[in-house]
Design a binder for this molecule. Structure first.
Ligand SMILES: CC(C)(COP(=O)(O)OP(=O)(O)OC[C@H]1O[C@@H](n2cnc3c(N)ncnc32)[C@H](O)[C@@H]1OP(=O)(O)O)[C@@H](O)C(=O)NCCC(=O)NCCS
Length: 176
């Protein structure tokens, strides 16, 4: 994602998320902290390489989807911050592509897990996440405001949690 994408993303945010849409300013701030040696998040876009319109001379690509992940540089669990595909390009595997890419980023950073929140009624997104190995682990009551709705918290484990101290010695002793 870069500055040229922000206008299209802000427009799409408004169409898809209404009152909860991220503003262009917030998107720009997010993009800013996704750069440089201290970056703790990553944003990606999927674009078509078809001509955008007559006035572009075919130079600019059309935005098809975008997604972002907070990875804390591996110091904590990652959070999927946003993911969306334009309505006309859905069910073609684009969100899967972006999710695979960002889960790869979390893994590369050393995050133990990826967490996300999703509206309870958003079955399409929940199916996408289940397909990628996420499991529902909790519900946050009235997490969303406009309109009010519970969030389902989902988690993808990237590496096993360490067991209680001494567990590995016990299992080694019993197997040997
Ligand atoms: C959810 C969303 C990102 C999915 O994007 P997409 O590019 O269509 O997803 P993909 O094509 O990669 O779908 C991958 C899998 O997810 C599941 N899936 C996606 N959309 C689905 C739908 N409408 N109904 C049922 N399952 C769906 C399917 O298992 C699908 O695989 P399949 O097409 O082989 O059956 C898209 O619908 C969207 O942008 N919604 C609005 C924004 C949003 O809700 N974002 C999530 C916020 S938590």
């Amino acid at each position: 994602m870069n500055e040229e994408d922000l206008e299209g993303i802000a427009r799409l945010e408004g169409e898809l998320f209404g009152a909860e849409a991220w503003s262009r300013g917030l998107l720009a701030a997010e993009l800013e902290v996704s750069r440089g040696p201290w970056a703790d998040r990553r944003y990606v876009v999927v674009e078509s390489d078809e001509a955008h319109g007559a006035d572009t001379g075919g130079q600019r690509a059309t935005l098809l989807g975008y997604a972002g992940l907070y990875h804390a540089r591996g110091l904590a669990g990652a959070d999927l911050l946003t993911i969306a595909t334009v309505p006309a390009a859905r069910r073609r595997g684009l969100a899967s592509l972006m999710l695979t890419e960002l889960v790869g980023t979390a893994r590369w950073a050393g995050c133990p897990e990826v967490l996300l929140e999703v509206r309870q009624s958003n079955e399409a997104a929940q199916r996408l996440y289940v397909r990628h190995g996420f499991v529902a682990i909790a519900r946050r009551r009235r997490y969303y405001r406009a309109p009010p709705e519970d969030a389902v918290v989902m988690r993808l484990m990237l590496r096993p949690r360490p067991g209680p101290v001494g567990m590995s010695e016990i299992s080694e002793a019993s197997s040997g």
